[in-house]
Design a protein around this ligand. Structure first.
Ligand code: SAH
Length: 500
């Protein structure tokens, strides 16, 4: 007997999960608020309420120095100090009351009376008496993010706050101010709900793409016209850093978040790529020694072609785009095509490797200059012009990119020019990324030691400054990039993506 055909089944996305607390945002501008108590904690709350535009009456028999200072620096509303005991009438007309007396019985009485008079009540350090709790705040007014752990881990909330802060460009406030000004006109000129939503989506994309620019009347006209002016795509060469995503710049993260297409090299780690929007196209274009790469001309043509279609193209390169990254050719191709091009610098592999070994690349009297050289010329040989005398200079730190294949020739050239084989040298494979390995040795033993290293991007550093290199006890300044951390970053990205 044949099985009945399966028919499409309408399903519904899961409902809301339980919420520990309900986040709401309270408007206090021009409203009266009361703070009972004069200690430092109460002072901070008074300051917060005044920041939100409230007129705050502080009533306390003892006023701390912090509270006295607060009265002078109310950023928006006002803070008036009343040095006396409180009374029930003090709560009349108050929208918000902070209760901070030391004594529990007094606090409970005050909370009861304040609540009866219709105020929202928070009792400092007495969660059981609170109607509402304060969370960690990201303040980019008019953009405000509140973070609560329902008291479980306030410090975690603080940490999360700084992470979220780093994802929100400062200039966004300017765009939000413009949004407030434009709302009326947008509603008047765009009738349908769907069209209006599309307008605000274009607005959000543009605000995140160009946060540091002040929005203008032209932006509004262009966005109202369907954003046709956005047709001009552009190219940004972005330095991804040596691998650890913690070493990306904020500008790199932002460029990735706003890219339509990301062209990236083999050496760019997945953790870095994870910062691209989910909707963005990501194209691996190779460009490292060990696997076949796309031809540079093809990469240039692809990059320029996509930008001409109106795409925001990010050309993501490991380390810094301007260090052995063939950036000049890509910039020239963009310029020749009349496509706007910008560069976001990155932490180059030398800096990442030096940090992991706890060494400084320059050192007074010992290493007066640093030179970055490559072991590869166009044909994969040691560049003929590589200056032996410069390599042998006793006061230089030489960093060799792509050292592996030609290391014997490089060492021979340096030693022939007078570099002592006893000079300290290090090699680092996978600096700042999974599978990192070091050898700390001398120039004389370098070739043999490097040959024994596992596969992966490798950097050699030579010079007296390497004498203090240590392979242990110097983990990354930040915690290792565990999956938890990535999950956390990813969650935050989704959070911001959704919020906008
Ligand atoms: N633009 C890059 C360099 C590109 S050339 C930068 O600024 O770092 C590629 C070479 O860089 C590799 O062959 C290797 O020598 C070096 N390199 C890049 N990332 C590295 C890493 N995480 N660890 C060690 N060497 C690295």
């Amino acid at each position: 007997m044949s099985q009945p055909d399966r028919v499409p089944e309408e399903t519904r996305a899961g409902g809301l999960a339980p919420l520990a607390v309900l986040p709401v945002f309270v408007r206090l501008r021009g409203r009266r608020a009361v703070v009972l108590g004069g200690n430092a904690g109460a002072a901070w709350k008074a300051r917060l309420l005044a920041s939100a535009g409230a007129h705050v009456d502080v009533i306390a028999t003892d006023l701390s120095d912090e509270m006295r200072e607060t009265a002078g620096v109310a950023p928006d509303g006002s803070v008036a100090l009343h040095q006396r005991p409180w009374a029930a009438e003090d709560f009349h007309g108050a929208r918000f009351v902070i209760v901070a007396p030391e004594e529990a019985g007094e606090a409970r009485r005050a909370v009861d009376i304040a609540r009866k008079s219709g105020a929202i009540v928070n009792a400092v350090d007495r969660p059981e008496l609170c109607d509402v709790q304060f969370g960690a705040i990201v303040n980019r007014s008019p953009l405000v993010v509140g973070i609560s752990t329902d008291g479980a881990a306030p410090v975690l909330a603080q940490t999360l706050r700084s992470k979220i802060e780093s994802l929100i460009p400062l200039g966004l406030a300017g765009w939000l101010d413009a949004a407030k000004r434009w709302r009326g006109e947008v509603a008047a000129r765009i009738g349908g709900m769907t069209m209006r939503r599309a307008f605000w989506q274009r607005f959000a994309d543009r605000a995140f793409a160009e946060p540091d620019r002040r929005p203008t009347r032209d932006d509004l006209d262009d966005l109202l016209a369907g954003g046709a002016g956005e047709g001009a795509g552009d190219i940004t060469l972005v330095g991804a850093g040596p691998g650890d995503p913690e070493l990306m710049t904020l500008a790199a993260v932002r460029a990735l978040r706003s890219a339509d297409v990301v062209l990236y090299d083999d050496l760019v780690s997945d953790d870095v790529l994870a910062f691209a929007r989910r909707e963005a196209r990501t194209l691996l274009v190779g460009k490292t020694g060990h696997r076949p790469s796309c031809r540079q001309d093809d990469i240039n043509a692809l990059m320029v072609g996509l930008a001409r279609q109106g795409k925001r193209v990010v050309r993501l390169k490991s380390g810094d785009p301007g260090v052995f990254g063939r950036a000049t050719e890509e910039i020239a191709a963009a310029r020749a095509a009349g496509v706007a091009v910008a560069i976001v610098p990155g932490v180059t592999a030398a800096q990442g490797a030096a940090a992991r070994l706890g060494v400084s690349l320059t050192e007074r009297a010992v290493a007066r200059r640093v030179q970055y050289v490559t072991g590869h010329d166009r044909d994969g040989r040691l560049p003929a012009t590589l200056d032996g005398a410069a390599l042998a200079d006793p006061s230089v730190t030489t960093v060799v990119y792509m050292p592996k294949k030609t290391l014997p020739a490089l060492v021979a050239r340096a030693c022939t020019a007078g570099l002592p084989p006893t000079t300290p040298a290090v090699a680092v494979v996978n600096a700042t990324r999974a599978g990192e390995r070091h050898v700390i040795t001398t120039v004389g033993a370098l070739v043999e030691e490097v040959a024994a290293l596992p596969a992966g991007p490798c950097l050699v550093m030579i010079g007296e400054a390497m004498r203090s290199a240590r392979r242990d006890g110097l983990a990354a300044a930040s915690a290792p990039i565990g999956s938890g951390d990535n999950a956390c970053m990813a969650a935050m990205q989704n959070f911001t993506a959704r919020a906008f």
